[in-house]
Design a protein around this ligand. Structure first.
Ligand code: KIV
Ligand code: NA
Length: 270
């Protein structure tokens, strides 16, 4: 199977509509990518790896090197989905030139096809600059976790008219600037619908609306790796329970010398 491309993702939305919603999940490791790849149109190497993989309190400390290493693993582990890599906080906001240098590094180091960055209006010029120079960009509006210190938390955005207007304007600016798709995270539903109906490119919702042109979740949240997840997550599995029960069984067999048995032990040739 040939790998999907960014233009194919973009072309999924025609005349303001998608026939079938786009499917995106996060992946940070080769094995995770192998397992998720065939089911997804896009794999996102999200900077949410901060919390999920590294136990960090926010995405602020994530570095370009961390993103490049995980993105390379995900590209090696997949052959079907488009791999998109998050630009970490501090690697693109200063100027469009800084953004190009960081994005080029990420794509060279990993083989990913595109980057995602947070922000709307303020990032529009940067999105156009990158796109014109060979780097497709996915936008991300609404709750933008890298701005947690400005927003003051991870609550849903757009509850006031002014904020709603700002978020819709952000998405329209990214659309105009040439973003190939836009993630809408953590907003009250009418905003997600208004954006989806008013931008040419596919919208990918997370805590947004079932009427977005696609959906994304953090894979570990959806797989049931964590006890506490945001309201917008639906747990489709319970791998935390599976891992815990399996580790308990292993520990018990090691302690009782039931493992390793004859089957797991080499003997010299007779
Ligand atoms: O980092 C991430 O996982 C993301 C998605 C939740 C959109 O940005
Ligand atoms: Na992210």
């Amino acid at each position: 199977m040939k790998r999907l491309t960014v233009p194919k993702i973009r072309a999924h939305k025609q005349d303001g509509k998608v026939e079938e919603p786009l499917v995106m999940l996060t992946a940070y490791t080769a094995r995770q990518a192998q397992l998720l790849d065939e089911h997804c149109d896009m794999l996102l190497v999200g900077d949410s790896l901060a919390q999920v993989i590294y136990g960090l309190p926010s995405t602020i400390p994530v570095t370009l090197e961390m993103m490049a290493n995980h993105a390379a693993a995900v590209v090696r582990g997949s052959y079907h989905a488009v791999v998109i890599v998050d630009m970490p906080f501090g690697s693109y906001e200063q100027s469009k030139e800084q953004a190009f240098e960081s994005a080029a590094y990420l794509l060279k180091a990993s083989g990913a096809a595109a980057v995602k960055l947070e922000g709307g209006e303020a990032m529009a010029e940067t999105v156009a600059f990158l796109n014109q120079r060979g780097i497709p960009v996915m936008g991300h509006v609404g709750l933008t976790p890298q701005a947690v210190n400005v927003l003051g938390g991870y609550g849903a955005r757009g509850r006031s008219d002014a904020e709603a207007k700002k978020i819709v304007g952000d998405a329209k600016a990214l659309d105009k600037a040439g973003a190939f798709a836009i993630v809408i995270e953590g907003v009250v539903e009418p905003i997600a619908i208004e954006i989806t109906e008013n931008v040419a490119v596919p919208t990918i919702g997370i805590g947004a609306s079932g009427r977005c042109d696609g959906q994304v979740l953090v894979a570990e949240d959806m797989l049931g790796m964590f006890e506490r997840v945001p309201r917008f997550v639906k747990k489709y599995g319970d791998i935390a329970e599976t891992i815990s029960a399996t580790a308990a069984q292993y520990a018990s067999e090691v302690r009782s010398r039931a493992f390793p048995g004859d089957e797991q032990t080499y003997q010299p040739k007779k």
